[in-house]
Ligand binder design. Structure first.
Ligand code: DSN
Length: 418
């Protein structure tokens, strides 16, 4: 691995090798993460790094685009085929820039946008006051019902009629339930709004057809490729044919410059792989593992937000255990289980402390862990939560976690030997 860097920059080499070791020896459960197949890694660092290119196949701003044109056309066709979409743009660099591309395509300064609150499951790029776009567009928000902790569709509909937004956004980063895309699509239609779904978190589950797809109902579907899709650090957008010209213009030159052909190649690869039975089986197991985790944690007295999960995310309310998300995240980190603190709906704690954690099961499922191992993880989590500041307890838990994960290699042995 990194043969040349090893010679020219041992300092950087060592950091990367240490990160490989960290991932190998830890139980990675950040819901936005997955383990990229080796091909995705190879392609992400390919010779295409050297190529600068803007525009679209047949209309480029730089010469020497023949191979890149072939690549982009192939990637676009594969994305369309995988998701049954009428049009795809695969130039964006991430889920965030995918969203920016859609905004650039259809919005102008001051336009009203209705999206899901960040602290109830939405995303930073959907209008959070911390994001610069909150100063460009006029965002308003819907959320979840306080009792069910599921999207309050009636309130959403009411709000849409009241504010008459130009765009309604569904999807986000910490919503553990399925979303009724058809229903929100109808609301959008009834007020003459565009409907965009940010499916970044669930795009692998959608590709594998183990949960419903937003594609038939949304004008635009944005996504990153690193989460359940298990691809490179990048993004893409799907849309209806009627919006294709506006979207492509919104992406380039509207919101990005030259494309990243390295990750574009890796995206094209993952779009093919995601149609295989191997990938579909992993996604099926993701759903089984997340349900199992929710059940096991419940049996240990944790409260699961909305009572269960219908995707790869388990949102855990820690108040019944009398600990904060910050403390639990840090204690689990010492044990070698990586999760992130996260606000839960109507959280009295700040985003820096939080009453909850968000747990994802994609990476562990890719490594081959099944229900039996998920139960062991839940048991360890419970033992950590019982005495999160007792170093002896954490040492015992760490040994258990290491013993478990050591049986499931991150990559096949020898993958990085060269
Ligand atoms: N939105 C962040 C997350 O879900 O973790 C990064 O994608």
């Amino acid at each position: 691995m990194l043969r040349n860097t090893y010679i020219t920059d041992p300092e950087i080499y060592e950091i990367v090798v240490d990160e490989l070791s960290r991932q190998e020896h830890n139980i990675e459960m950040i819901a936005s993460e997955s383990t990229a197949p080796l091909e995705v890694m190879e392609l992400s660092g390919s010779i295409f790094t050297n190529k600068t290119l803007e525009g679209y196949p047949g209309s480029r701003f730089q010469a020497g685009s023949h191979e890149a044109d072939r690549l982009e056309k192939l990637g676009v066709e594969r994305a369309k085929e995988l998701y049954g979409a009428e049009h795809a743009n695969i130039q964006v660099y991430s889920g965030s820039t995918a969203n920016y591309g859609v905004y650039a395509a259809i919005l102008t300064t001051g336009d009203k946008v209705l999206s899901m609150r960040l602290d109830q499951g939405g995303h930073l790029t959907h209008g959070s006051s911390a994001n610069f776009l909150s100063r460009v567009y006029d965002y308003d928000f819907y959320g979840v019902n306080e009792e069910t902790e599921m999207i309050d569709y009636e309130a959403l509909d009411y709000k849409a009629k009241e504010i008459q937004p130009k765009l309604i956004i569904a999807g986000g980063s910490s919503y553990p339930r399925l979303i009724d895309y058809e229903r929100i699509g109808k609301t959008a239609k009834s007020v003459g709004a565009y409907f965009m779904v940010d499916m970044a978190h669930v795009s692998g589950l959608v590709a594998a057809k183990v949960i419903p797809s937003p594609v038939p109902y949304a004008d635009f579907v944005s996504s990153s490729t690193t989460k359940t899709l298990c691809g490179p650090r990048s993004g893409f957008i799907l849309c209806k044919k009627e919006h294709s010209k506006a979207l492509d213009k919104g992406v380039f030159p509207g919101s990005i410059g030259s494309m990243h052909l390295t990750t574009m190649a890796a995206k094209a690869w993952i779009f093919k792989y995601a149609a295989t039975d191997e990938f579909k089986n992993i996604m099926k197991q993701v759903l089984i593992n997340s349900k199992k985790l929710a059940e096991e944690l419940t049996s240990h007295g944790f409260r699961i937000v909305s009572g269960t999960t219908e995707n790869h995310i388990v949102m855990v309310d820690l108040r019944s255990k009398g600990i904060s998300g910050k403390l639990f995240q840090s204690a689990l980190d010492k044990v070698g289980i990586t999760v992130n603190k996260n606000q839960i709906p109507f959280d009295p704690a700040s985003p820096f402390v939080t009453s909850g954690v968000r747990i994802g099961v994609t990476s562990i499922t890719q490594r081959g862990l099944k229900e039996g191992e998920v139960k062991i993880i839940a048991d360890i989590m419970n033992q950590v939560a019982t005495s999160p500041e007792d170093e002896e307890n954490l040492k015992i838990c760490k040994r258990k976690a290491e013993e478990l994960i050591s049986k499931f290699p991150l990559y096949p042995s020898g993958s990085f030997n060269d």
